[in-house]
Design a protein around this ligand. Structure first.
Ligand SMILES: CC/C=C/C/C=C\C/C=C\CCC/C=C/C(=O)SCCNC(=O)CCNC(=O)[C@H](O)C(C)(C)COP(=O)(O)OP(=O)(O)OC[C@H]1O[C@@H](n2cnc3c(N)ncnc32)[C@H](O)[C@@H]1OP(=O)(O)O
Length: 311
């Protein structure tokens, strides 16, 4: 049912055949669309009809064959923090769905309600070697490129807290539905003495506008669902138990729009930022590695970890 990835060429070919031709080919040529990856295979994924998951089960994927809507559930207890394995699994799943020509949309959510994603696993950047940190950052870049650059309708069903890297995931999607209540979302990096990279800052500006983004980023603000809705950081609220259903309804509306026109329009607006990161990937890795391994930043991270544990 699910074919394993053969690389970028196969998706170009499959879609240009299935969607009948020239327009798709031109589209791919123009936008260098699809996974930006040298990755040819996933970590072992088992496919049995509608449900499959990565070998470590940290990302669970199910797909409704009739509608072409896939649901990607993050499953890395206790708080879905993004460690290396998680980043690789997410990217693999996004790419697999991207290359599945019967897939039209993905809903990203958490298997564990109340926490959508706690952001980067802080332990992955605490007292690690510069090389380790650099590799970790590249995994984040690649995962982001595959989600932000996806041809699919991408919907974040934010069923809980979504700080920092959780907000990054949501911002990479086309539409965000968040659980009502006491949950928070935002880019709180400065609170950890970290600086959000240019591509993340830009998505925040694109979504909520310059003034609000500048302020939010400087003070590392975490917003409640209501405030996030007011700012446009999320598009809709729903009771936590309904977030998934509301997301499915919303996706169905989006799928009334012809895929090709929608995807080309999306790519036209996202291409500059995608290209910019592809171009500056090594520079961005170097900055992250150098900034994160600075002793003063390591001390701030340690203090933040202690605060978290003491909570
Ligand atoms: C000039 C240019 C420079 C450029 C580049 C330089 C730097 C760039 C740097 C960064 C930018 C990258 C963008 C992303 C950054 C990040 O994501 S950093 C991570 C930030 N995340 C947070 O601040 C969230 C912290 N967590 C929480 O607030 C809460 O856990 C929660 C609200 C998500 C959930 O609350 P609870 O359900 O109450 O759960 P607990 O708090 O009890 O947590 C359970 C358990 O998990 C541990 N934990 C929580 N979050 C993390 C995490 N992010 N990483 C690792 N571990 C985490 C927590 O300590 C508990 O552990 P135990 O006590 O059970 O051992």
């Amino acid at each position: 049912m699910y074919s394993f990835i053969l690389g970028n060429e196969s998706i170009k070919m499959a879609l240009s055949v299935s969607a009948g031709g020239r327009v798709w080919r031109k589209f791919f040529k123009t936008f260098n669309f699809g996974p930006n990856s040298a990755l040819k295979r996933f970590p072992t994924c088992t496919a049995n009809g509608r449900l499959y998951s990565s070998s470590s089960d940290n990302v669970l994927v199910s797909k409704d064959e009739k509608s072409g809507i896939a649901t990607v559930r993050m499953n890395n207890p206790p708080v879905n923090s993004l460690n290396s394995a998680m980043l690789v699994s997410l990217r693999s799943c996004f790419e697999e769905l991207e290359n599945d020509k019967s897939c039209r949309a993905l809903i990203l959510t958490s298997q564990k309600p109340k926490v959508f994603c706690a952001g980067l696993d802080i332990l992955e950047i605490y007292r690690k070697s510069p090389d380790y940190v650099a590799q970790f950052w590249e995994k984040l870049q690649d995962m982001w490129l595959s989600l932000y650059g996806s041809r699919l309708v991408t919907m974040a069903a934010i069923n809980g807290h979504s700080p920092a890297g959780g907000c990054l995931l949501s911002l990479a999607c086309d539409y965000r539905i968040m659980a009502e209540g006491k949950f928070t979302i935002g880019l709180n990096e400065t609170q950890l003495d970290l600086v959000a990279p240019f591509w993340l800052r830009q998505t925040m500006v694109d979504v909520i506008g310059y003034r609000q983004a500048e302020m939010a980023l400087m003070i590392g603000a975490l917003y409640t669902s209501n405030k996030a809705l007011q700012l446009g950081l999320v598009d809709k609220l729903a009771p936590i138990e309904d977030v998934q259903t509301v997301a499915e309804e919303e996706v169905k509306n989006w799928l009334k729009i012809p895929d090709q026109a929608r995807a080309i329009t999306k790519m036209a607006s996202r291409k500059p930022l995608l290209d910019e990161l592809r171009k500056r990937k090594q520079e961005d890795i170097q900055t992250f590695r150098d900034e994160t391994t600075r002793e003063s930043v390591q001390i701030s991270i340690q203090q933040y970890l202690e605060k978290l544990k003491a909570k």
